[in-house]
Write a protein that binds this ligand. Structure first.
Ligand code: HEM
Length: 300
């Protein structure tokens, strides 16, 4: 059940044009400020508060993975970013397909915001920018990413009420630290404009902070038993853990460049040998013809 406060937030946040025009005035309006911080929107035992507290340590661990530290130090490399995009593609394909399938489920419907949050199209655009139109044949993902997408498929099929934990971890993360990471990535890789960085842009969300408020209030409106709530919190910790494993998996792939070099050498060899084969055939053909003619001349 959505109350008047939620409806007003909904109206403000789901109309980007309206918000863009009036954003500054709206931000300074005391009534809205009161609305956003009113205790009935965020009582102490709300799911949004509990989940934030439960995943605090996991967040710190995620921030301190080698990959995330590279971002924070402004030293994210193109190979790192490209591999990350490949994994994000696998993760968001699973997450968004499972959210779509379960969009009418009572625990999913309140937090189902495909036009504001969906990332898949943006990721595909970025992959095409970095890998070219044949990107689907080129993407590489570590085992950890497959485990993550497998978990998403599993709960999408058996326990859709747990999807909120994963949607929270990814989307609220993307709307929080992710915004800064986008700017860092642009600088680190020397990219001009926003090409290759669509993943970080949310054109349907004018104010990430206000949107996060709406999202939290929607999370809090999901009706869960105590037991289900406990399982959502556990799933959120698992979601962070799966992300950490993905980041570590990517770093491991990058730390063994010999293997990657070997792969590319093999590709070059294969290309070279495929261009050598017709030449060899031609040479053998000439040789056989020459021997036949010479023998013919000799015999007659
Ligand atoms: C370089 C790494 C990261 C930095 C610098 C960073 C930074 C931040 C910041 C500043 C916030 C806002 C905190 C607040 O509003 O109180 C935030 C929130 C959040 N971050 Fe991160 N983050 C990073 C990585 C991650 C990762 C890897 C994930 C998950 C996979 C993640 C998930 C979240 C979530 C779910 C929130 C929302 C918390 C809430 O309001 O409930 N973050 N992050």
């Amino acid at each position: 059940m959505i109350d008047a406060g939620h409806l007003l937030l909904d109206l403000l946040l789901r109309r980007p044009q309206l918000l863009q025009q009036n954003y500054l005035e709206l931000e300074t309006m005391e009534t809205d400020k009161k609305l956003l911080s009113s205790p009935e929107l965020l009582p102490e035992r709300d799911l949004s508060e509990l989940i934030k507290t439960a995943t605090k340590d996991s967040h710190t661990r995620a921030e301190n993975t080698e990959l995330m530290l590279s971002f924070q130090r402004g030293r994210v490399s193109l190979p790192q970013y490209k591999l990350l995009l490949c994994s994000l593609h696998e993760i968001y394909t699973a997450l968004e397909q499972e959210m779509d399938k379960n969009s009418d489920h009572p625990s999913v419907a309140p937090i189902y915001f495909p036009s504001e949050l969906a990332r898949l199209e943006a990721i595909e655009k970025d992959l095409a920018y970095f890998y070219g139109p044949e990107w689907r044949q080129k993407i590489e993902i570590p085992e950890a990413t497959k485990r993550y997408s497998h978990r998403l498929r599993q709960i999408g099929a058996d326990n859709p009420e747990l999807l909120v934990a994963h949607a929270y971890t990814r989307y609220l993360g993307d709307l929080s630290g992710g915004q800064v990471l986008g700017r860092i990535a642009q600088k680190s890789m020397g990219l001009k404009g926003s090409e290759g960085l669509s993943f970080f842009a949310f054109p349907g969300v004018s104010s990430p902070n206000l949107f996060k408020q709406l999202y939290r209030s929607r999370m809090n409106s999901i009706e869960l038993t105590e037991e289900e709530r406990g399982r959502v919190l556990e799933e959120a910790i698992l979601a962070f853990e799966l992300n950490i494993q993905v980041f570590d998996g990517l770093q491991a792939m990058l730390s063994h460049p010999q293997d990657m070099e070997l792969k590319s050498i093999k590709k070059i060899d294969a290309r070279q040998s495929s261009s050598i084969v017709p030449l060899l055939r031609m040479f053998v053909g000439f040789f056989v013809a020459f021997v036949t003619v010479t023998l013919g001349v000799y015999v007659f």
